[in-house]
Design a protein around this ligand. Sequence first.
Ligand code: FAD
Length: 450
Amino acid sequence: MAPALSPTRSHHVAVIGAGPAGLVAARELRREGHSVVVFEKQKQVGGTWIYTDEVESDPLSVDPTRSVVHSSVYRSLRINGTRECTGYRDFPFVVRSGVSRDPRRFPSHGEVLAYLKDFAKEFGIEEMVRFETEVVKVSPAAEEGIGKWRIESTEKEKKVRRDEIYDAVVVCNGHYVEPRHAEIPGLSSWPGKEMHSHNYRIPEPFRDKVVVLIGNSSSAEDISRDIARVAKEVHVACRSNPADTFIKQTGYNNLWTHSMIESVHEDGSVVYQNGKTISVDIIMHCTGYKYHFPFLDTNGIVTVDDNRVGPLYKDVFPPAFAPSLSFIGIPWQVLPFPMFELQSKWIAGVLSGRIPLPSKEDMMIEIKTFYSTLEVQGIPKRYTHRMGNTQFEYDNWLASQCGCSETEEWRKEMCLANGVRKEAHPETYRDEWDDHHLVSEAYQDFSLYS
Ligand code: FAD
């Protein structure tokens, strides 16, 4: 077994970030008896769900000196999963009575933010948060004792700088801030405008333009339709589409899906693998994000390599530092909030010594075995943390460690059914559904918490 800090002891724990992960981490750590300080660089809780019209000065978000805008949320964004599946397990995302907000089953981003504020209020989280305080460096502080961490932070536009020692650090800084870009032959001499979806807010700047979006994520799906209302033409290019793909989207006379771009040229043209050539004004990279921990200094023990954060036992603990350093929210293609809740419970219980961890050696063996399995299956490193349907097995494993009930059957079935509906009816899945029996089951469960 790895040396737990001190069995059933409470610790002084720093949580970095007050988004959905940091909020539930703070609640679970305090429930377990730890003392908690949450560092949050913004003025309020909610993380990515704090919509802002502001965008970065560099539309591609590559300039390292740019001032970073945290949220990538666009104005028209509605959640892509049902509200029943989206909420934390024991604080359901129901329409709260007496408050007129967005009662839709797939509400707008503002409703998620309001829900997170309700959560923070209900559990008194804000009293643990230091707002407008950015963590600038996290490093091991061995001279202060085994497993201790030094946290350097700056408050209110760098006017106050603090240097403090904590027993443990839980990293919840969000992973949709540092963009990834597509590499396309000819881009350096292509005369058009390039941007990343991180800096997309509203369709108006695209009026009468010819726009290419690269990617097949929810963002590319939503933004292409948003823009098609005003743009001259919208073309979506995606590397996972077969080379001959060329599909006009039903319901639109200006929206097409293509295979990937082959090259771009000095005359402004874009050539696709399907043989089409189109003169384009703007290319928008909807190509996702990189894990980024600019404050973390572990002497190269924890690294990000081709978007693999490692080594991490069960996507949470780096064995060399377990249990005093942990990460919440690394897996993707998941239902994030319920998973954050279970990861938080696990971390809190492991830190207090109530839940045992395997030895560092055994954790490393498991991680290496997992990496080998991915390699044998031909899965690239950058997909290490993609879960999809295996999320439920993972969540249930966490639940078993924490002594909690497994993922509710309705949540699993609803999530899978929504995925199928989204794929088949991207236009309408947020407003038309037929899983009423699952909704009833969900609300029966929710009545336990109201
Ligand atoms: P975040 O919400 O990003 O919060 C991280 C927090 O850490 C922020 O408040 C940030 O200010 C703070 N922080 C970062 N660095 C520091 C530092 N150094 N010091 C102090 N504070 C720091 N999920 C869904 O469930 N449904 C959806 O429909 C959905 N749609 C999405 C659409 C878009 C465009 C994006 C980008 C994401 C979407 N997601 C969706 C995923 C979403 O990111 C998660 O739901 C969730 O917000 C992640 O929570 P988090 O706490 O890990 O990160």
